[in-house]
Design a protein around this ligand. Structure first.
Ligand SMILES: Nc1ncnc2c1ncn2[C@@H]1O[C@H](COP(=O)(O)OP(=O)(O)O)[C@@H](O)[C@H]1O
Ligand SMILES: [Mg+2]
Length: 222
């Protein structure tokens, strides 16, 4: 479960305090596709950072799978994040000089985990599920933007995180690839339920939301 309580984030502008986030309480739908929508500047990205444990919040708590993230010491928090949270960005953030398989397995390499035949088979199965076929050994730079973003979904899910945070994941995609991206995310989520939280102002993405969250001026509208 992902729960927010009494969360605020303020910044100083000159000597005046400006409130960027103010969320008294909110619980995201577990194992579902949660979509945060709202105009530019409403605090969507900042909220994702707060959920990801990478924002120095001003007050409040963020609890993920029973752990109060901001009660952890910095190093423990980094460790928790590695284990439980993955992110998908607007610009894919894949390594262009590496193959598709190497990109998907990057989370294994970073953590020093062993890659055996079973893991490689899992990669092949996911590629098939995402309609990507046998492209394991292709270079990332040989793929279209839409294909790259589907590879990014597989990479984000490969180690079974508790939560996947996506910041404007379809901003660089056309309509057709946006729909394909969402369908692929849902297909993989049906296979292995994970709490997905997407920040977007894309109407096409909102249509796929199982739980829709409207933000205005740093607040969640009920
Ligand atoms: N560290 C910061 N310092 C000052 N202002 C910030 C900081 N982080 C975010 N903001 C401001 O908070 C508001 C919300 O930003 P953001 O979360 O990026 O909105 P969105 O993603 O909905 O477009 C913006 O006005 C932005 O300029
Ligand atoms: Mg944003």
């Amino acid at each position: 479960m992902i729960k927010i309580a009494d969360l605020t984030f303020n910044v100083l502008e000159g000597n005046k305090k400006r409130q960027i986030l103010n969320i008294p309480n909110y619980v995201f739908d577990e194992g579902k596709i949660n979509v945060i929508c709202g105009p530019s500047g409403s605090g969507k990205t900042t909220l994702l950072y707060a959920l990801g444990g990478i924002l120095e919040i001003s007050s409040g708590t963020v609890t993920i799978s029973g752990t109060s993230v901001y009660s952890l010491k910095q190093q423990e928090r980094d460790h928790f994040r590695m284990k439980h949270i993955s992110m998908i960005y607007q610009n894919f953030n894949l390594f262009s000089f590496m193959t598709v398989e190497e990109n998907i397995l990057a989370p294994y390499f970073i953590r020093g985990l062993k890659v055996d035949q079973k893991v490689k088979q899992k990669v092949a199965d996911y590629l098939k599920l995402m309609n990507l076929g046998k492209i394991q050994n292709k270079s990332i730079s040989a793929l279209s933007g839409g294909e790259q973003q589907r590879v990014a979904i597989i990479r984000s899910m490969i180690l079974k995180p508790s939560v996947i945070l996506c910041d404007e994941p379809t901003a660089s995609l056309d309509s057709e690839n946006t729909i394909r991206f969402m369908q692929s995310l849902i297909a993989l989520n049906n296979e292995k339920p994970t709490t997905v939280i997407i920040a977007t102002h894309d109407e096409k993405v909102m249509r796929f939301a199982e739980n829709k969250i409207q933000m205005v001026d740093g607040k969640i509208m009920k």
